[in-house]
Design a protein around this ligand. Structure first.
Ligand SMILES: C[S@@+](CC[C@H](N)C(=O)[O-])C[C@H]1O[C@@H](n2cnc3c(N)ncnc32)[C@H](O)[C@@H]1O
Length: 238
C-alpha cells in the first residue's frame, strides 16, 4: 500500500477532507476569475476531472454553469461530491460520475472545456500517466476548446528553497515527492513552468497563459490554509 501512488485518493478520510473544503473553502477568487474569463458562455460543455469533494464543480454550478460533468477516478470522491451537491440542493446542476483522466471514455472532440483543478494532473502516478492524461484531454476537447489546471511550481512556491537541495527519488522524476498529510501520504509532482509548457506543447496544445495564483487574485486565509501557492495553466486545443 505504501507504494501505491493513488491510494491516498481512495481513502474515506481524504475524501471527507475534500468534501469539507467544498463546503468551507469553495471556489478560489483566482479560479472564479480565470474560469469565467476562459468560459464566458455559461452553457459551455465543461468536464471537470479530479473533482475531489466537489469544491470546484459546486462552485461552477453556483456561478451558473449549466452543462457540467463533474468526475473523479475515485469512487469515494464521487460519492462525497454527490453528497455535497445534494446538501446544497443542487443535484440537478451537474452530471457526477467516475472518470479516470488517463483513460477517458468520452468521444473525441466532445467538450468545450476541461478543468483539472488544484494540482490534480500532478497527482497521477508519474510522468507516463500525466502524458497519457494530456493526450486524452486533448483528444476529447473540441478544436478551440480550453484546458484549465494548476500545478505546484517547485521554483516559485513556498518550498522553492528546499527543492533546490532535494535529491531525485529512485524510480522518479525530478519534482516527484511523497508528502505527509493528515490522512495518508500523498504522491505528487511539482513542476517548473518550462517543463509543463513543454509537456503541453508536445501534446499539441497552444498555451494561452500560466500565471501564479498570487498574480491573479489575493486569496482569503481559508483558501491559503487549504492550498499554497500554485501556477495556473490555460491551454487550447488548436
Ligand atoms: C489535489 S485533489 C484536488 C481535488 C479538487 N479538484 C479540489 O480542487 O478540491 C486531486 C484529485 O485528483 C483525483 N485524481 C487522482 N488521480 C486521478 C485520475 N487518474 N483520474 C482522475 N482523477 C484523479 C483525486 O482523486 C483527487 O480528487
Amino acid at each position: 500500500m505504501a507504494d501505491d501512488r493513488q491510494a491516498h485518493w481512495l481513502s474515506p478520510q481524504t475524501a471527507l477532507n475534500y468534501a469539507r473544503a467544498a463546503v468551507q473553502v469553495g471556489l478560489w477568487a483566482s479560479e472564479r476569475i480565470l474560469i469565467n474569463q476562459t468560459f464566458p458562455n455559461k452553457s459551455a460543455k465543461v468536464l471537470e476531472l479530479g473533482c475531489g469533494g466537489g469544491r470546484v464543480g459546486l462552485g461552477l454550478a453556483k456561478e451558473g454553469y449549466n452543462n457540467l460533468t463533474v468526475t473523479d477516478f475515485s469512487p469515494v470522491m464521487v460519492d462525497m461530491t454527490r453528497g455535497v451537491f445534494a446538501e446544497a440542493g443542487m443535484t440537478q446542476s451537474a452530471t457526477i460520475e467516475i472518470a479516470n483522466a488517463c483513460r477517458l471514455t468520452y468521444p473525441e472532440r466532445s467538450w468545450d472545456g476541461v478543468v483539472f483543478a488544484f494540482n490534480g494532473l500532478m497527482c497521477l502516478r508519474g510522468r507516463a500517466d500525466r502524458l497519457e492524461a494530456l493526450a486524452e484531454i486533448y483528444r476529447v476537447l473540441k478544436p478551440g476548446g480550453k484546458f484549465v489546471f494548476t500545478a505546484n511550481d517547485r521554483e516559485k512556491g513556498e518550498h522553492a528553497g528546499l527543492w533546490k537541495s532535494e535529491p531525485v527519488l529512485s524510480g522518479c522524476q525530478n519534482g516527484d515527492r511523497w508528502h505527509e498529510t493528515d490522512s495518508t501520504p500523498v504522491f505528487m509532482h511539482s513542476s517548473t513552468e518550462s517543463e509543463t509548457h513543454q509537456e503541453l506543447l508536445n501534446a499539441g496544445f497552444k498555451i494561452i497563459q500560466s500565471p501564479l495564483r498570487s498574480e491573479v487574485a489575493q486569496e482569503n486565509s481559508s483558501v491559503k490554509n487549504f492550498a499554497g501557492e500554485t501556477r495556473f495553466y490555460i491551454a487550447e486545443r488548436p
